[in-house]
Structure formats: C-alpha cells, structure tokens
Ligand binder design. Structure first.
Ligand code: NAD
Length: 517
C-alpha cells in the first residue's frame, strides 16, 4: 500500500507519524480545485508538541552520534525513498496544494537534489579543522568545528510544501540535529507524508524527523517548548509573531519571509527570453512563489517589444486542474481577495490592463485567477508595494537600467530578483547593487536550484540563510578549542608573569604594527 493510500485510510493518525498523543481536535485539509477532503489531521496542542520535542531530543543524541558518514547514509536512503515515489508524492502535492503534477515533480526534484548536497557537503563545511593560532598563541593548536544545536523546529508555508521546508529540514538533519516540522494547515498531508517516508526509509532513527499538525497555535507551541532554533518560512506579519514568541525563551530564529521581486530588462536584453522568464516567474504556481517576479522595469528601448511579447505569451496560459493546465487554483481561497484588491487599486489608479484585470471573468469564482498583466501602475499602489502572491505582473517603463534598479530597490522587501542584459559586466554590477539576497541574470529563480548557493533575504524578507554552506552553518554553533602544545618561558596570562613582560610585548607590537599610518 502506498503512503498516500495509507493516509487515506488512517488520516486521523497522519500515516502513523503524528498519532502518539491523544488529541480530541482534528481538522480537514481539502483539494483547492474540488473541495474534496484530502485528509483529517490532529490539532496538536502544547502537550503533544512538548512530547514530540522530547522524543526528538532523545533521537538527536543518537542521530548526532552517527557522525557525518552515518548520517550521509541515512539521508541517502531517505532521498532514494523519495526519488522512487516521486509520482506518488507529486500526486498528493497536486491534490492538496493545487499545482500541476509536472510542477510538483520539479519541486520534489529540487528538494531531493538539496538533500544530496547537504548530506554530501556537511563534513567539509562543518567538520573539525585546525586554524592558524596566530602569533600570540603560537604555542597552542587551535581547532574549529560546527556542532549541531539539538532540536530544530521547522514551521512551513503551503506554496512549495516540499521544497521550502526541505531547505531547512535537509540542512538541519545533515548538520546533526533532529527536526520537528509543523507544516501549513493548508498542506498537512504533504508534511505528514514526508515524515512517514522518513520513518519508512530509516526506521532506526525514526524520531529524528517528526511532524506535528495544526494551526498557528501549534506553531506557537513549538516556539515555546522551547526548541534550539526555529526555522520559519511564511509571511512577514507571522514572522514577527514567531520572533516575539521565541523571544520569551531566547530561542534563535531563521526568518524566510515574503518578497516583491523585480526584473530589470535592459536596452540590450534578449526580449523574447526575458518575456518568457517574466511570465514563468510571475504566473507559475498561480504566482504563489516567494521568489516569483511581481514587478518588471523595462527600459524605453525595449518596453514596447517586451509588453507585446509578454501579452502574446500570457494569452496562451490557461489555469485549471487538469494535466494540460498551466497553473492551478489558488491554494488558499482567501488570497483571491488580496489579489483582487491589488488589481482593483491599480486599475483605479489608472493602470492599463493588458490581460485579466478587475472584472469578474478574471476571477471566475472557482478559486482561479486569470493571468493578469498591468502596465504603468503608480509606484505607490498596493500592486507595486505589497506582496500580491497571485498570477499578476506589473510592467513599468523606465529611462534606463539605473532608474530600473532604483525602483526595484524601493521596497521594504528584499528577497530576490532578475536582470536581463547582454552585457555580463553591467548585469553583474546591477546584480550586486540589487538590494536582495539572490539575483538571477538572464533567467529567473535559478539560484534556488543551485544547492551550493545560500537562500534568504534582507529587510522584510527576513534574515539567515538556508541552502549551501551558510545553510548548514545556520543549524550549528561554532565551537572553538585551543590546546597548549608547549609552555612558553613567559606566560602572559598568569599573575606570575615578570613585571617587564608588558614592556617587551608593547615593543614587539610597536615593531609589528606601529609603522602603519
Ligand atoms: P503564514 O505566515 O500565514 O504561515 C506560515 C506558517 O506559520 C504556517 O505553518 C502557520 O500555521 C504558522 N503560524 C501562523 N501563526 C503562527 C504563530 N503565531 N506562531 C507560529 N506559527 C504560526 O504564511 P503562508 O501563507 O503559509 O505562506 C505564504 C508566505 O510565505 C508568503 O509571504 C511567501 O512569500 C512566504 N514564503 C517565503 C519563502 C522564503 O523562502 N522566503 C518561501 C515560501 C513562502
């Protein structure tokens, strides 16, 4: 029996992963396209969360004791399990989140790749090493290593319900921590499936990765237990609440929050490629992508051609729940109201509507939003300022790339962005000056598929990094050790040091550093 089938029959215990604590309350997760119930899950209360974390603490010791090589083997077994069941998991993602099956396969592929990278690079990034002790401690050996924190609480969103949490889970596990994951209340079945897959693939360390399900209160309980770090991915307003709760117990936090990412299309850009990337970046996953493109600034030289190309490409898109649809329904019905408000604000402020728009047929009332392109939206409009999280794109004409950069950076967010230009040097310069954690040149979202690159934002988009060496270190504490190899004739850190030692030391420092002005 597949995991998904098991979950159909035992959804009250979420495939055996979240059932060990009696809880009277349950909630349903539903298919956003049909409203059909995907599963019924426990609402874990503070006691249930505390029990789960306690089990995770015991497991963390055994998991940590496996060392880098032992953990690498277990993580390989897990990713093998996921890779062999990609279609089963993709089907569940399609049903619970709404995205097309093919997009779910892409998402799972990226997650599996990150699992492989994190496990394969943990020793090199975190393992013990000797560092130069320097002049003053020349008689000592100096060692550095990155030790696991213990138990990491991962709180996730629904928009990339496999890839996004795995960016924390894989790196936290590879670094030697146990993980308790609280998936979004909109995608609990996927979270429970991931934990059930872990138990099935590596039953001997089953409690190293567990799931608790529920709403915000369950997430808050995970912050309060406390755990050793909270890795939160979600909206900026919820992120602030999570930080406030974690402050009660001085629990450190990693914040992966929303964005309002921009694309700059410069004079010499490949306009067709830029339009293709902008449309994918804005509309795929129904625009519910934290690093999706929501704004484009195109220079006067390319603006008309770019708009024409985007318009042509967007007309070919069709939202729906079938296999041929380009994107699915909005996962969260309430998000439609946000999208509607932004589109209406833009239209009222005089924006030109190319496709979609505020009319009823752009919001057919079945959970879908038509692809919507808005031209020359005033910069103070909510469609430009706030995260829309729908299949919408604003395109604004600018004088040149400098003006585009200035407007792209004029946001409280700073997650990612994209630059299209034929000039490598100019594009690199613009990318460096873009106020964001990540930028792709001549493509969109590519940085997320490079496991060696850190992922995270600035400003209202959060802080801390998942992925890459920085992502591994995020779930560790640096441990510094010195070992005296031989005593020196004069020990400066002793009350027994001779009186003249300080003068001698000052003379040496004067010779070494005094010539610098
Ligand atoms: P959300 O903030 O509504 O919820 C995120 C998670 O927090 C959910 O699991 C929710 O149950 C939990 N939660 C809610 N209240 C809580 C509380 N008081 N204490 C603890 N946990 C609580 O976000 P969402 O709607 O699920 O996701 C969409 C948002 O996530 C968008 O803003 C998007 O840009 C962002 N996002 C960011 C990234 C990134 O890597 N930066 C990736 C994906 C999504």
């Amino acid at each position: 029996m597949s995991l998904a089938e098991q979950m159909d029959t035992v959804t009250d215990d979420a495939a055996g992963t979240v059932d060990r604590h009696d809880t009277s309350q349950t909630f349903e997760s539903t298919d956003p396209a049909t409203g059909a119930v995907v599963g019924v899950f426990p609402v874990h209360d503070a006691d249930a969360v505390a029990e789960t974390v306690q089990r995770a603490r015991a497991a963390a010791e055994a998991w940590g004791a496996l060392g880098f090589e032992g953990r690498k083997q277990k993580l390989a077994a897990y990713r093998g399990y996921l890779a062999r069941r990609m279609h089963e998991l993709a089907d569940l993602v399609h049903r619970e989140n709404g995205k097309p099956h093919a997009d779910a396969i892409l998402e799972i592929t990226l997650a599996v790749d990150h699992l492989a990278w994190a496990a394969g690079h943990a020793r090199k990034a975190l393992g013990p090493r000797r560092v130069n002790p320097g002049l003053i401690a020349a008689n000592h050996a100096a060692y550095l290593e990155y030790q696991p924190l213990g138990v990491i609480g991962v709180i996730g969103p629904w928009n990339y319900p496999v890839f996004t949490p795995m960016g924390s889970i894989a790196y936290a596990l590879a670094a030697g921590n146990a993980v308790v994951f609280k998936p979004s209340e909109h995608t609990p079945a996927i979270g429970a499936w991931l934990a059930a897959a872990w138990r099935a693939a590596v039953p001997e360390v089953a409690d190293a990765f567990q799931v608790v399900t529920g709403f915000g209160d369950t997430g808050a309980a995970l912050c309060r237990v406390p755990v050793d770090k909270i890795a939160f991915t979600g909206s900026a307003p919820t992120g602030k609440k999570v930080m406030a709760t974690c402050a009660e117990t001085l629990t450190p936090v990693l914040m992966e929050l929303g964005g309002k990412d921009a694309m700059i299309v410069d004079d010499d850009a490949d306009v067709v490629a830029a339009a293709d990337a902008a449309v994918w970046g804005a509309m795929s996953n129904a625009g519910q992508t934290c690093i999706g493109i929501e704004r484009v600034y195109a220079t006067s030289a390319v603006y008309d051609r770019f708009v024409a190309e985007v318009t042509e490409q967007v007309r070919k898109l069709r939202p729906g729940a079938d296999d041929e649809a380009t994107y699915g329904p909005m996962t969260m019905a309430s998000q439609i109201d946000v999208v509607k408000r932004h589109v209406q604000d833009a239209a009222t402020a005089g924006a030109r509507v190319v496709t979609g728009g505020p009319d009823a047929d752009a919001f057919p009332g079945e959970g879908y939003v038509a692809p919507t392109v808005l031209l020359d939206v005033p910069e103070d409009s909510s469609a430009v300022k706030e995260e829309t999280f729908g299949p919408t794109l604003t395109i604004t004409r600018v004088r040149d790339a400098e003006e585009a950069l200035q407007r792209a950076n004029d946001t409280t967010y700073g997650l990612a962005g994209s630059i299209f230009s034929a000039s490598k040097d100019k594009a690199m310069d613009l990318a460096r000056r873009m106020r964001s954690g990540m930028t792709s040149i001549n493509s969109v979202l590519t940085f997320a598929s490079v496991p060696a690159l850190p992922f995270g934002g600035v400003g209202d988009s959060g802080f801390g990094r998942i992925h890459g060496e920085d992502g591994l270190k995020e779930f560790t504490r640096a441990k510094a050790i010195t070992r005296q190899r031989m005593p020196l004739p004069v020990n400066l850190m002793s009350f027994g040091r001779p009186e003249k030692a300080a003068d001698a030391l000052a003379r040496v420092m004067g010779m070494l550093h005094g010539r610098h002005r």
